[in-house]
Design a protein around this ligand. Structure first.
Ligand code: ARG
Length: 564
């Protein structure tokens, strides 16, 4: 059901550009008005006539197609001839499967995501940058883009001065060897607890930072050890989430390029001294971008400027996306404007994709205070709870442990992706895990239900191609069938829109819509009907539904088990 057909007919008739019409098409404000609606208010202004008049006239005069046009209020509404449209579309869907437009062919996107700080465990605070980025990487890839995923580890900068100072004061080598991430994290938290009482600590941290940046051997040896141990520890969490990167290039990777950046800024006369620091002015509306601190140590923004230039030289990207919390919006504006002032036109193709905060049952987390919740613990808890549900409902399910893992992890990921990314996320278990609500398990369960239906019926798509008239005057398309088909047929476009807006939640919502429509049909019409015609066409619809759900879960980075 390609609304483009309607847009084209209308454009031809009105002599207006087709994309202008298409952009105006919407879902009718009332369901009984039809499937597609064209609001006539803009034409009304232009033609100085009432929108009601225009809608009525168009409905009467527009050449007919595989739809019926009618007018209601100022809307021109189109209702597809369901019995004519659905069979052909479903046949095509069964033949081609999910076919996304390859709009990204030949284009490269550098996608930076994950990017945790090392010497700290991966916490719930890392959930968003990891799963949003992962979903986006799959979505771009599915549309034909070449995706370069980069994990920009926070492995350099002032927090290392603190960790080194703390290790020097209180650290035990065996303890760090045994459980590096947690031991280092305890040291970091201890540092922040002690610092207000002990001004010497701050000076020590600064001295360690200078030693580290100056290439001091001891500082370097410890730093390298801390970074490697933490990176190893991250891998198991990434593996559970199915997340991989093309490059793990931490901030330290770019440190040797900073002198060149500073040099270039200086010779372009962009660098100014402000309160002892070297800064680049980036407009009157925001503070300048600090490049070198007053003590001569480099800074976060400088590493970002160097990283962007390096990545452009290396990949010549068409887009670069940073999946980083919304609290860093100012930082990225400063960095992008600095690049722009340096004369890089591609600075306009750099985008910060932000997101909100995560609250656990009402509590905000702070990693400095040490009250973080580890992502690994949340995943474990989800899996434990799912295992308990399975034990209650299907004690003899094969492969229970693996399915509990896939469903538990999937539940957490889906929960993190089902709302607009800028919205803060409340995390409470009842909402994450319900098999009936708007959850990952609900979508997975629907897919698994379809899978077993297909197994049981031994359905083959050819069977559908052989029935001459699946729908027709004798067997009209039911409301439930039509609702399901409407939800399914919008899937491809949803993926395109979601990628343009960098909003995986649109895909998640679409999957919920499809699941709800399917379950509505499943509960109200007998799919394995005795009437062969009915049976085959409903199986065909179900088959495609299962394919779309699997495809969509996969785009979100969630596995779709075949039984659960
Ligand atoms: N490691 C940083 C943090 O946890 C995020 C890095 C964001 N990426 C960047 N290119 N600055 O806050």
């Amino acid at each position: 059901m390609d609304a483009a057909l309607i847009a084209q007919a209308l454009a031809d008739f009105l002599g207006l550009p087709v994309d202008q019409i298409q952009a105006r098409l919407e879902r009718p404000p009332r369901q009984d008005w039809g499937d597609v609606s064209y609001p006539c208010f803009e034409l009304a202004k232009r033609w100085r006539r009432s929108p009601q008049d225009i809608a009525a006239e168009l409905a009467a005069t527009l050449p007919s197609g595989t739809w019926t046009a009618s007018a209601a209020g100022g809307y021109l509404n189109f209702a597809w001839h369901r019995e004519k449209v659905l069979p052909g579309e479903l046949r095509r869907a069964l033949q081609k499967g999910v076919a996304l437009p390859q709009t990204g062919t030949g284009k490269t996107v550098v996608l930076e995501f994950g990017s945790p700080n090392v010497a700290k465990p991966i916490s719930m605070g890392n959930l968003f940058p990891t799963i949003i980025g992962h979903a986006l990487s799959r979505m771009y890839q599915a549309l034909g883009w070449k995706v370069i995923g980069i994990n920009h580890l926070g492995d350099w900068g002032s927090q290392f001065g603190k960790v080194l100072a703390a290790y020097h004061r209180w650290g035990q080598e065996e303890e760090v060897r045994g459980d590096p991430v947690n031991a280092l994290y305890r040291l970091y938290v201890h540092f922040h607890a002690e610092a207000p009482r002990d001004p010497g600590l701050g000076r020590e941290a600064q001295a360690w930072l200078q030693r580290l940046e100056g290439g001091d051997l001891e500082a370097h040896r410890l730093w390298r050890w801390f970074v490697e141990a933490s990176t190893d520890a991250f891998l198991s969490t990434y593996a559970r989430l199915g997340v991989t990167f093309d490059h793990v290039w931490g901030e330290s990777f770019y440190k040797d390029r900073i002198p060149d950046v500073v040099q270039q800024l200086r010779s372009d006369r962009l660098l100014e001294t402000s309160q002892g620091a070297q800064v680049v002015r980036v407009g009157d509306d925001i503070p300048p971008c600090i490049i070198v601190k007053s003590d001569g140590t480099s800074i976060y923004a400088a590493r970002d400027v160097a990283a962007a230039i390096y990545r452009y030289e290396r990949f010549g990207f068409d887009q670069m996306i940073y999946v980083v919390g919304a609290e860093q919006t100012l930082h990225f504006t400063q960095v992008f404007r600095t690049l722009k002032r340096m004369g890089y036109p591609w600075a306009d193709n750099c985008h910060h994709v932000g997101f909100g905060l995560i609250r656990l049952e009402g509590r905000k987390m702070s990693s400095r205070r040490g009250d973080v919740v580890l992502l690994e613990d949340v995943l474990d808890e989800a899996v434990r709870r799912v295992a308990a549900i399975i034990d209650g409902k299907r004690p003899r399910l094969k492969d229970k442990a693996r399915i509990a893992e896939v469903v538990g992890v999937g539940a957490v990921v889906f929960h993190g992706l089902k709302n607009q990314r800028m919205r803060d996320l409340e995390f409470n278990w009842a909402e994450v895990l319900s098999f009936e609500g708007e959850t990952g398990p609900y979508v997975q369960y629907t897919q698994a239900r379809i899978h077993s239906l297909m197994e049981k019926a031994q359905f083959q798509p050819q069977q559908f191609f052989q029935i001459p008239e699946p729908w027709g005057p004798e067997h009209p398309v039911t409301t439930l069938e039509w609702e399901l088909w409407s939800a399914l047929s919008g899937y491809e476009n949803t993926v395109v829109q979601a990628t343009v807006k960098n909003e995986p939640f649109l895909v998640a919502r679409r999957l919920l819509d499809i699941s709800q429509s399917f379950n509505g049909l499943y509960n109200n019409q007998r799919i394995l009907s005795d009437d062969i015609n009915t049976r085959i066409k409903l199986l065909a619809l179900s088959d495609h539904t299962g394919q779309v759900l699997k495809h969509g879960l996969n785009l979100l980075g969630i596995e779709a088990p075949d039984t659960m």
